[in-house]
Design a binder for this molecule. Sequence first.
Ligand SMILES: Nc1ncnc2c1ncn2[C@@H]1O[C@H](COP(=O)(O)OP(=O)(O)O)[C@@H](O)[C@H]1O
Ligand SMILES: [Mg+2]
Length: 254
Amino acid sequence: MPKVIAMAGKGGTGKTTLSALLLKYLITRGKTPILAVDADSNANLNELLDKKVGITIGEVRKDLKGDIPPNMSRDQYMEMKVHQALIEDSGYDLLVMGQPDGPGCYCAANQYLAMTMDHLADNYEYILVDNEAGMEHLSRMNLRSIDHLFVVSDPSARGILTARRIAELSKPLAIEIKQQVLVVNRTPEPLSDELAAKIKEAVAETPDLPLGGILPSSNELIHQEITGQSYLELAEDVPVVEKAFAMFDKVFEG
Ligand SMILES: Nc1ncnc2c1ncn2[C@@H]1O[C@H](COP(=O)(O)OP(=O)(O)O)[C@@H](O)[C@H]1O
Ligand SMILES: [Mg+2]
C-alpha cells in the first residue's frame, strides 16, 4: 500500500509550490517511485516540473462515453488510456486530473476511474496529491485514507483560521486522515519576533492542526517559476529548500 500525502489550503497559499518541493524531497531521499497527481482543475504542477500536459483524466473520462475499440472492455480501455495519460520521469510519474465532470456526467466512468486508480496505485511507494481548495478529488480517486495532509496558510492569524476551517471540511468525507499539519508559507525573511509570536498564538488555538513548519518567502522560487525551470533542479542549499526538507524530515520521521 502506498503512502498518500495531500495538500489543502486556500488558493494561492502555496500548495503547488509545496507539492513540487515535496516531490524533490521524496526523490532526493530515495522514497520512490512516486505518483504525483495534479488534482487542480487549473493544472499547473506540471509547469513547476517543466513538463507538458498530454491527456488529462478528465479527457479520458469523456472518451469513455464514445465508441471504444470492439476488442476491449471499458475498464481495459480506461486502464490503457490512464497509462497514456501518465507523464513519466525518473523517480516519479505525473497524472493530471483536468476538469471535473460537468452536468450530464457519465458516472459509471468514475467507477472505472476509481478501479483503475486502485490498480495504478499499487505500483508506487508514495502518492502525492496537489489539491485545489476542496478535497472532492480525493474521494473521487477512491483514496480511503491520507497518511499526511499538509494544510497551507499565509502568515496571518486569519489565514491560519481559514486553514483550520479547510482542514475541518475533510471530516465529512469518508477519508481517514492519519496526520495533518499546518504549513505557514511565505513569511517575510527574517521573521520578526512579533510575527513569530502571532503565528504561535494562532497555532495554539488550533490544537487539531499542529504546526509542521514555517517557510520563508523565497526569491529563488520566484526566479525558478519565472524562468520556467523545474523546481526539481533547485539546489539543496537554497534556504527555502533546506527549511522544507527539515520540515518533511520532522513530519515523516516523527
Ligand atoms: N515561499 C514562497 N516564496 C515565494 N513565492 C512563493 C512561495 N510560495 C508560493 N509562492 C508563489 O505564490 C504563488 C501561488 O503559489 P501556488 O503554489 O501556486 O499556490 P496554490 O497552489 O496554493 O494556489 C506562486 O506564484 C508561487 O510562486
Ligand atoms: Mg495550485
